[in-house]
Design a binder for this molecule. Structure first.
Ligand SMILES: NC(=O)c1ccc[n+]([C@@H]2O[C@H](COP(=O)([O-])OP(=O)(O)OC[C@H]3O[C@@H](n4cnc5c(N)ncnc54)[C@H](OP(=O)(O)O)[C@@H]3O)[C@@H](O)[C@H]2O)c1
Length: 292
């Protein structure tokens, strides 16, 4: 079994981005600026946004966090988005999800200007992705493709089984893995909560991607020997053994599945760090497009 080290790959890719930023600085060009809108006090969202800001610092981007209470009105949030859309210094921005229940997430996603939508969630960018056109790919699927590329995981003709059909992970991954090219050319099965005989399907997967948000759902008996297992799930469990007081787990029972898989991503240190790198890359791309 080979552990897919998302932390190491993301560090190498961040170094590439840092060098590109250095080159921009040397030319006297503007350095990329990413903003994040954080609503409420969800501890997981707080952690993700802090990681994104830290990554911006590491590569030399400018970053800004805009915080609002969980009680913020949807119209006020849309006003903030309108301002960010119009602000020339901001190259790209994200609105950290999930949002409080009184806010319609889809309306918020659609309020973001497509050319600053570095999360790649706007329907225009989704449509461009489906059509195989240049766009901002959603960060987590793009990070998973990058890991496959880095480890040279064969995908052509492979049976790729994806668990979970969310708009941010499972559904875009199903499109990207079935596209012509590498990574891609896979035969994709997209599973969800209504799928029948799930274990039978997962056992036939050469590449199994779990994005269902159920801790340790994938057990060794659901996995084919020699397959590649990508664990997208993130579950924060209280722990007395870590400095932060939390321990992260995935959708996959790593200890037993790693005995059977040829390649497997751990949690933490697998897909998570790659999601952040994809966001940085999209921001770099947004800045470059603006400069052109
Ligand atoms: N590592 C990262 O950077 C990253 C990024 C994003 C998300 N995540 C994590 O990934 C996980 C999934 O998040 P998400 O936002 O993509 O998904 P989500 O919106 O929570 O949706 C879960 C999906 O799993 C399906 N599902 C639920 N129970 C199932 C079951 N028993 N069998 C088969 N399918 C089942 C659901 O089916 P239905 O559609 O039928 O309800 C749905 O499509 C979460 O743990 C999240 O924290 C991690």
């Amino acid at each position: 079994m080979q552990k897919i080290d998302g932390k190491a790959v993301s560090s190498a890719l961040k170094e590439d981005i840092r060098q590109e930023v250095e080159a921009l600085k040397a030319k006297g060009a503007k350095i990329p600026h990413l903003a994040a809108v954080l609503v409420g006090e969800n501890p997981a969202s707080e952690t993700y946004v802090n990681h994104k800001v830290k990554a911006c610092n590491q590569v030399g981007f400018q970053s800004t966090i805009i915080r609002r209470d969980a009680t913020v009105a949807e119209t006020d949030l849309i006003q903030i988005i309108d301002k960010l859309n119009a602000e020339p210094d901001i190259d790209g921005f994200i609105v950290q999800l999930p949002l409080p229940e009184h806010i319609n997430e889809q309306r918020v996603i659609e309020a973001v200007a497509p050319e600053k939508d570095v999360d790649g969630f706007h329907p225009l960018n989704t449509g461009r992705m489906v059509a195989g056109l240049d766009t901002f790919l959603p960060a987590t699927p793009a990070g998973i493709l990058e890991l496959m590329r880095y480890y040279e995981i064969p995908t052509e003709g492979a049976h790729c089984v994806i668990l979970g059909r969310s708009n941010i992970v499972g559904t875009p991954l199903s499109v990207l893995m079935s596209r012509k090219g590498y990574p891609g050319n896979a035969t994709v099965t997209l599973c969800h909560s209504r799928t029948q005989n799930l274990a039978e399907i997962t056992r036939s997967a050469d590449i199994l991607i779990a994005a269902i948000g159920k801790m340790h759902f994938i057990t060794a008996d659901m996995v084919k020997s020699g397959s590649t297992v990508i664990d997208v799930g993130i579950h924060r469990v209280k722990s007395g053994k870590t400095k932060s007081g939390w321990k992260l787990h995935g959708d996959v029972k790593f200890d037993e599945v790693s005995e059977k898989a040829a390649y497997i991503t751990p949690v933490p240190g697998g897909v998570g760090p790659m999601t952040i790198v994809s966001l940085l890359r999209n921001t770099l791309k947004a800045a470059a497009r603006k400069n052109q």
